[in-house]
Design a protein around this ligand. Sequence first.
Ligand code: FES
Length: 143
Amino acid sequence: MAEERPRWREDFPVRWDEDHYMTRRELAKFLTLGSGLLATANGLIAFIGLTGRIPTTPVQRIAAADELAPGSSLLFRYPTADDPCILVRDAAGRLDAFSQVCTHLSCAIVHRPDEQALACPCHKGSFSSTDGRPLAGPPTRRV
Ligand code: FES
């Protein structure tokens, strides 16, 4: 009578005789070499980070300060033509610039000077027009 093999042995065959055994010495070599490679890669990344140039964004003239009346805003693009931004002048005359892209799902935000807010019409999100922090709605990150 043939011994019946369980079904799982057919689905997951383990052939111990073909398995590769690793000695402790081989494992220690592997771990030492692996750790050495990781340490070298970390050193290389640190070196590149310390000696590499920090990317800077160019200075761009947007408007003269007196061109923007208190409580108004101006749309502009910075640093590229694909990055919409908004410049806001509050009632006290202070200028603040923000990305015009809502941090929730990237709709364009609009200035609401009466609420001192930047409003997103998509999901009724709202941001402070003084520091960009989220005030209402689904956004959780600053603009
Ligand atoms: S995209 Fe602005 S609140 Fe959702």
